[in-house]
Design a protein around this ligand. Structure first.
Ligand code: COS
Length: 397
């Protein structure tokens, strides 16, 4: 791993990491950016771009090589995600959402589950999704209402309930869902399952419904759906871990994936900074480029410093994860700081563009809209602060 050396800390990437980052950057520049504005305006996922990404090896980054994935570490992954999101974070979110769906399987799956479900994503151009949030349970994961009842003969669970804000649900073949097997047990009653949501002919599985693509403020290319289960049957062999382990599987998943969100937020902030700098040296007011004004300089300097800091926190969270160490605290630091920095960098980029920045003629208003969700999904900035305070004052090892 690049940043660990026998003498201490190094910020030098390996040649492999630099190559992967270049591959992702070239893909973002050549394939993602050209379609980003249209995908945003039409609120439509350019699936052919994802297909090319799949062919190029830029999807399923963390699926181990033995199941056909890229087998990248967490740090390698955040490098890729920064670049893809620099191209368009809506498209990047959908490209990498398999990572969120697959993480619980990587964390808690049996060999047979891994072979079948991770293999499905790498053998064919297929999708998974992560079904945690519900209409009444977002931040409060232990408030989940979806139930899973074991059949009398013990062969399957019957699932009833609904989920919302599920990225890629409309294109997913399987979804990791979290349901209560014992409602009286609070977070210890939550269990994780792999749910097949399509029949072999591609039609929805019995008892499964998926509503259309939500009309969102930002990251509009990425489909976000509400889904519901009515007496849906899941074979018992599709349970992940034991009954009651779902809460911890969900938390471990988010520990693993939050640095990736930090990486994406860093990529969007970097795009905003680049656009703002190019505009500031070109835009003339009072007979000189606005870049000559200290007020503009200070905005640019703060954006740049925050981007550097966000990247380093993100790398640290990812690196700890690669060491097999608990990365809860650092993942929350990274996700919180990168998301908030991205929001302020994109808002300041619009400020530097002035009235033009507020129009769809220029790219920065999209970045500002896209940035907002980083402060919300995979745990709000407020939840990250709760996790940080708890990890500091009541460490759980
Ligand atoms: N890794 C492993 N175990 C963890 C853990 C982690 N990161 N975080 C908590 N746990 C364990 C605790 O050790 C505790 O275990 P015991 O039951 O053995 O004591 C249990 O899980 C409950 O932990 P805690 O009391 O901290 O849970 P809370 O309900 O107080 O808070 C928060 C949990 C709020 C941090 C959690 O619900 C959360 O992250 N919410 C945000 C969810 C989210 O990101 N939603 C967005 C949708 S996903 S796109």
């Amino acid at each position: 791993m690049a940043v660990a050396t026998s003498t201490g800390v190094s910020f030098e990437l390996t040649d492999d990491q630099k190559e992967y980052r270049t591959l992702a950057h070239d893909f973002a520049e050549g394939e993602i950016r050209p379609v980003a504005a249209e995908a945003d305006q039409q609120s439509k996922l350019p699936i052919e771009v994802l297909r090319k990404g799949w062919d190029t090896g830029l999807m399923n980054l963390h699926v181990p090589e033995q199941y056909g994935g890229a087998g990248l570490g967490s740090l390698d992954g955040v490098l890729v995600m920064e670049e893809l999101a620099w191209g368009c974070s809506g498209i990047a979110t959908s490209m990498e959402a398999n990572g969120l769906g697959a993480a619980p399987v990587i964390i808690a799956g049996t060999e047979a589950q891994k072979e079948k479900y991770l293999g499905m994503l790498t053998e064919d151009f297929k999708f998974s999704a992560f079904g945690l949030t519900e209409p009444g349970a977002g931040s409060d994961v232990s408030g989940i209402q979806t139930t899973a009842t074991l059949s009398e003969d013990g062969t399957h669970y019957v699932i009833n309930g609904s989920k919302t804000f599920i990225t890629n649900a409309e294109i997913a073949d399987w979804i990791t869902i979290f349901a209560m097997t014992d409602k009286s047990a609070g977070h210890r009653g939550l269990t994780a399952f792999i749910m097949d949501v399509k029949k072999p002919d591609g039609s929805p599985a019995d008892g499964f419904t998926c509503e259309g693509h939500m009309d969102k403020l930002g990251q509009r290319a990425s489909p976000t759906n509400a889904i519901a289960f009515m007496d849906m049957k899941i074979p018992v062999e599709n349970r992940l871990g034991e009954e009651g382990e779902g809460f911890k599987i969900a938390m471990k998943t988010l520990d693993a994936t939050r640095p990736g969100v930090g990486g994406m937020a860093t990529g969007v902030a970097r795009a905003a900074l680049e656009y703002a700098m190019a505009y500031a040296v070109e835009r003339v007011q009072f007979g000189m480029p606005i870049a000559m004004n200290q007020g503009v300089n200070f905005l640019i300097a703060d954006m740049a410093t925050n981007i550097e800091a966000a990247r380093l926190l993100t790398w640290q969270g990812a690196w700890l994860h690669d060491q097999g160490k608990r990365a809860t605290l650092q993942s929350s630091h990274a996700k919180r700081f990168a998301a908030d920095s991205c929001m302020s960098a994109t808002t300041d980029a619009v400020q530097i563009f002035g009235g033009y920045g507020y129009t769809k003629e220029y790219p920065v208003e999209k970045l500002m809209r896209d940035a907002k969700i980083f402060q919300i999904y995979e745990g709000t900035s407020q939840i990250q602060r709760l996790v940080i305070a708890k990890e500091l004052m009541m460490p759980r090892g």
